[in-house]
Design a protein around this ligand. Structure first.
Ligand SMILES: Cc1cc2nc3c(=O)[nH]c(=O)nc-3n(C[C@H](O)[C@H](O)[C@H](O)COP(=O)(O)O)c2cc1C
Length: 325
């Protein structure tokens, strides 16, 4: 069985550069690449300032080779503009978002909205791959399996099969599910048997056990992308690779430094707390109280704190009265 490659999934607003830098500093082992949250391409051909910050070399020190930018656009000319722009900035691997389920994105035929009409998807990819721009770039797609019905993928995969993707990352949910319900593993299995492109699996790998079960069921798939599982346990890739389990001092150091980073970047205590609370909802799942019960009540206290002193107090109480599972 080939060694597994683990990629950190893009999570808009969460896996931003300051998060990725810190993750690399504390938990570097085991991640083969970090995909950036999507860089939106506007019709006047520009990236947002906020998005450009994600890919600047000075914001990714020592990680330049680990960063794969993801773009979001629904039209071939916009995708090609993005590819060119990123190539000019030195990137050789680029990913296209065909999964975002958010209504405002889907309504513009971007993200998973590109799956609404397979003929149009085919046209867009034909125009993209017909361009010389693509000659020296590794272009991958991160896709859902449909809009409403998982069986839509029976028509979508043959379209992807026409093009030389560097890999096809499949999150086997339909748009309607958002991030709920179960991934459709029957469809993923069918994709394994029928894809002409190399596949990478994404979805609900949250523990070493989930990973081992996946590898046992799909020994031929050696690339996995993990999102929420890594946010909850930033040491998950290390653990999967047989390394040490997450330690409480590590997560404490990581969360404190993340707070400092946000403090330096974001004006306003409420906004900083909002970002930290977003992380705590995931990270809190690692903690148990003295009697071995979940730390939900402690995380709830953190999440309802209204001022920095209240927030700090709730975090201190968690560290004092709970430990890593
Ligand atoms: C808050 C949030 C933000 C996300 N942002 C992106 C994004 O920018 N680009 C993308 O391709 N997927 C995005 N996703 C989807 C994840 O990359 C991933 O496909 C999904 O969470 C399923 O994988 P997981 O179960 O390992 O988390 C996002 C998911 C969440 C929950």
């Amino acid at each position: 069985m080939e060694n597994t490659k683990i990629y950190f999934a893009p999570l808009e607003g969460i896996t931003i550069y300051s998060y990725r830098n810190l993750h690399h500093k504390y938990f570097s082992g085991g991640i083969s690449a970090y995909y950036t949250p999507f860089l939106a391409i506007h019709k006047h051909h520009a990236f947002k300032k906020r998005d450009i910050r994600e890919i600047l070399p000075q914001n990714n020190p020592g990680m330049e080779d680990l960063i794969i930018p993801q773009i979001m656009a629904g039209k071939a000319e916009d995708i090609l503009w993005g590819v060119n722009e990123l190539k000019d900035r030195g990137f050789k691997k680029i990913n296209l978002n065909v999964g975002c389920p958010v209504a405002t994105v889907v309504s513009k035929n971007k993200g998973s909205g590109m799956l609404k009409d397979v003929h149009e998807l085919d046209n867009v990819l034909s125009d993209v791959f017909g361009s010389k721009t693509m000659d020296d770039v590794e272009f991958s797609v991160k896709t859902r399996i449909g809009i409403e019905d998982p069986e839509e993928f029976y028509k979508i995969l043959p379209v992807y099969n026409k093009f030389p993707l560097s890999k096809l990352i499949i999150h086997p949910r339909v748009r309607k599910q958002m991030y709920q319900g179960k991934p459709h593993m029957d469809i993923f299995k069918w994709a394994c048997e029928n894809s002409k492109n190399k596949l990478c699996y994404n979805g609900d790998i949250c523990s070493v056990e989930d990973y081992e079960k996946f590898r046992k069921d799909y020994p031929e798939v050696s690339e996995i992308m993990i999102g929420r599982g890594l946010i909850a346990n930033p040491a998950l890739a290390r653990e999967i690779n047989g390394g040490e389990r997450l330690k409480s001092e590590e997560i404490k150091g990581f969360m404190e430094e993340m707070f400092e980073n946000y403090h330096n970047e974001i004006p306003g205590d409420i906004q900083i707390m909002h970002k930290m609370k977003e992380l705590w909802v995931y990270v809190g799942k690692n903690f148990v109280d003295k009697s071995g019960e979940t730390a939900d009540a402690y995380i709830h206290k953190i999440c309802v704190s209204k001022s920095l002193p209240e927030y700090r107090n709730a975090v201190r109480t968690l560290y004092k009265e709970c430990d890593i599972r």
